[in-house]
Design a protein around this ligand. Structure first.
Ligand SMILES: N[C@@H](CSCCS(N)(=O)=O)C(=O)O
Ligand SMILES: [Mn+2]
Ligand SMILES: [Mn+2]
Length: 323
């Protein structure tokens, strides 16, 4: 597990069966079309585009309780886990492009195989910590964190397709930022487990700088360790990222979102980042889709070192000017 990787891997995960709305499988393409690779190529490290994974959609995949497509989602995440584990093992800082947020199960699990002491920062309007028993929708993109936590395993059923997932994360190694739509069952779990979280109201009270200071103290004061950032684009205010499946008013401003990712870059500890829930089919106009995908590119680029203050002239930027 590299503490300071010196190259970036981009991995597309065009997958949608963690929820019921079509189109989020086109998220990776929309983010690429918004210029992600180009933007990252101006930063400090080489970029390797691993392309998109191809997922199998199983024909016979009956719901378990009211949870749809459990075997398809479980299999997709097992494939993703291997791909993320390989990319991290090869020394890359890895960017996983979703696809719906159920993909975090495979992404974080695969990361933890290489970096068992990782910590997880979950930026999202939602807690995604329902169990199949508490979920109002059954959608697995709202249950991802429940599969990861050791403290929840006595509350989880044996879901078909997920027997490969052994819980690997402790509640103390998780921080939420941006919550504003939490289900009653999730609220009880967060309180019972004592999970550290910052709602949008906490951000209004403390300000985003203080939220990041407390987040890093909570996760890193005992020891520095790799960060997994799981960024759901619906954490951003819907005015900035409208093309997403579960928009919730009162989200992060552009500057709050970029402060979060700039500060995470400045720790030097970012190891894997998910950028999920961009759904190009849900934008009311081409502009709405483009602003959502562009927001995703800005968030990823600032997590990888793009700054608002610019940087010194380099051989590469000099060459670009001459082009
Ligand atoms: N809490 C709700 C909505 S979950 C929204 C999932 S996401 N990944 O944040 O868009 C549920 O569990 O169905
Ligand atoms: Mn989410
Ligand atoms: Mn969300």
């Amino acid at each position: 597990c590299q503490s300071r990787a010196h190259s970036v891997a981009v991995l597309g995960a065009p997958f949608s069966k963690g929820q019921k709305r079509g189109g989020v499988e086109n998220g990776p393409k929309a983010i690429r079309d918004a210029g992600l690779i180009e933007r990252l190529s101006h930063l400090d490290y080489p970029v390797h585009d691993f392309g998109d994974l191809s997922f199998q959609y199983l024909e016979k995949d009956e719901p378990y309780m009211h949870v749809p497509f459990p075997r398809t989602v479980g299999r997709a995440n097992k494939l993703l886990s291997g791909a993320v584990s390989n990319a991290v093992g090869a020394g890359h800082t890895t960017i996983m492009l979703g696809g719906d947020h159920s993909l975090a199960i495979g992404s974080v699990e695969g990361h933890a195989k290489q970096c068992p002491d990782l910590c997880l920062i979950w930026v999202d309007a939602h807690a995604d910590i329902n169990t199949p028993f508490t979920s109002p929708s059954g959608n697995l993109h709202g249950q991802s964190v429940a599969f990861m936590l050791k403290e929840l395993q006595n509350k989880m059923p044996e879901l078909p397709g997920f027997s490969w997932v052994k819980p690997f994360l402790s509640a103390k190694d998780l921080v939420y930022i941006g919550l504003r739509d939490v289900d009653p069952g999730e609220y009880d779990i967060l309180k019972d487990l004592g999970v550290q979280y910052f709602t949008m109201r906490d951000i209004d009270r403390l300000g985003i700088q203080r939220v990041m200071e407390v987040t890093f103290h909570h996760l890193l004061s005992r020891k520095q360790r790799p960060i997994h950032l799981s960024f759901d684009i619906d954490a951003m205010d819907p005015s900035l990222a409208p093309a997403t499946g579960t928009p919730v008013n009162g989200g992060l401003t552009y500057r709050e979102g970029i402060w979060i990712t700039e500060e995470i870059h400045n720790t030097g500890l970012l190891s894997v980042m998910d950028l999920v829930e961009v759904n190009p089919d849900l934008g009311a106009s081409r502009e709405a889709v483009e602003s959502t995908a562009s927001m995703a590119v800005d968030v990823i680029a600032s997590a990888l070192g793009q700054t608002r203050e610019g940087g010194p002239i380099t051989q590469e930027s000099q060459t670009l000017k001459e082009d």
